[in-house]
Design a protein around this ligand. Structure first.
Ligand code: NAD
Ligand code: UDP
Length: 329
């Protein structure tokens, strides 16, 4: 039986990856320190005999005994609100955490795939974004803690590939959504749905003309699965190129929830918030034979149904409960 370590297992994407690899008959080691994740995301996995959970901060030395065949490094805060609140943890997990995991992969001769992001393109001056674009990132702006950690992650991963001959993969993930996102993580979809369920106004940052391109989680997981078993070692975009402005997205959420009298309020656009984002996925199509299948209408319905089932307590939580208990250095 092949053994895989998945970091960020208690988070949104990590929990879906654990589920997928258990279905594919892997022995799954899930690792997380719960800084932005939650126990509820993995309780159902803990009941499976081929799943083992390790509560550990990956920015500290990682010890795994015995065989290890694959590593998926997904631990990192991912929402702008989260990484603004825990900037140093964010820098550390993308740099020190990635270094630890590459070292572990080297010692076990394991294949490693790291989660990068469309944020490496910053506020892009090229549209749509191809993997060959070097990006437009402000290293000292508020988003720099995430963007630069991920750019360093890509650089050190390629160095381990070139210098040590390690079999590495880099996925550049574009905005992905679905069940098990944290309702209060600040990302636009949980923010809008949470506001709708609580009967609050929808908050659009700026005038809402900025665009994003949203990918349903099942499509992303399929792309990652294909990438892990490919022989491609350079960064590859995975996302859904169906682009929409945030203003139109807010209207789609209003149509979905049926709250037609819900108001929209405009708030200040956060500094360096990218004005446009859309993946060019030709490489993923050609190399992996992958393209997204789930349309936004279907994906939003599945996600909304998930959020509707959450308890009132979950719905009214304003902040992740563990932020204050972590050493932010
Ligand atoms: P998430 O916040 O739901 O999950 C991240 C998980 O990592 C959490 O469970 C958190 O507790 C854990 N974690 C953070 N720091 C850790 C540390 N030092 N040690 C151990 N665990 C730690 O976020 P997500 O959306 O699931 O994102 C997962 C990965 O995918 C991240 O690396 C993120 O940068 C990347 N990504 C996600 C998206 C997206 O749209 N969801 C887009 C681009 C990139
Ligand atoms: N956004 C918004 N209202 C919110 C939350 C986010 O208008 O309540 C905007 C945000 O400014 C950005 C877009 O929605 O332009 C996507 O934000 P998100 O935090 O989901 O992810 P990003 O793509 O910026 O990392």
């Amino acid at each position: 039986m092949k053994k895989i370590l998945i970091t960020g297992a208690a988070g949104f994407l990590g929990s879906h990856l654990c589920e997928r690899f258990l279905k594919e008959k892997f022995y799954v080691l899930g690792m997380d320190n719960f800084i932005t994740g939650s126990l509820e995301n993995i309780n159902f996995l803990k009941k499976q005999e081929n799943f083992e959970f390790i509560n550990h901060d990956v920015s500290q030395f990682i010890q795994i005994d015995g065989q290890l065949d694959y590593i998926l490094h997904f631990a990192s805060p991912a929402s702008p609100i989260d990484y603004l609140k825990i900037p140093i943890q964010t820098l550390k997990v993308g740099s020190l955490g990635t270094h630890n995991l590459l070292g572990l992969a080297k010692s076990k001769n394991a294949v490693i795939l790291v989660a990068s992001t469309s944020e490496v393109y910053g506020d892009p001056l090229v549209h749509p974004q191809k993997e060959t674009y070097f990006g437009n990132v402000n290293p000292i702006g508020p988003r720099g803690v995430y963007d630069e950690a991920k750019r360093f992650q890509e650089a050190i991963t390629m160095a381990y590939h070139r210098f040590h001959g390690l079999d590495t993969k880099i996925v550049r993930i574009f905005n992905t959504y679905g069940p098990r996102m944290r309702l209060n993580d600040g990302r636009v979809l949980p923010a809008f749905i949470g506001q709708s369920l609580r009967g609050e106004d929808l908050t659009i940052f700026g005038n809402g003309s900025q665009t994003r391109s949203f990918c349903y989680v099942d499509d992303l997981i399929e792309g990652i699965y294909k990438l892990l078993f490919s022989d491609y070692n350079y960064p590859i975009n995975i996302g859904n190129p169906n682009e929409i402005s945030i203003k139109d997205f807010a209207q789609e959420i209003i149509n979905l929830t049926g709250n037609s009298d819900q108001k929209i309020v405009l708030k200040e656009l956060p500094e360096n918030d990218p004005l446009k984002r859309k993946p060019d996925i030709e490489l993923a199509k050609n190399i992996l034979g992958w393209k997204p299948k789930i349309q936004r209408k279907e994906g939003l319905r599945l996600t909304y149904d998930y959020f509707c089932k959450l308890s009132d307590q979950e719905l009214n939580k304003k902040e992740h409960n563990s932020f204050n208990s972590y050493n932010t250095y």
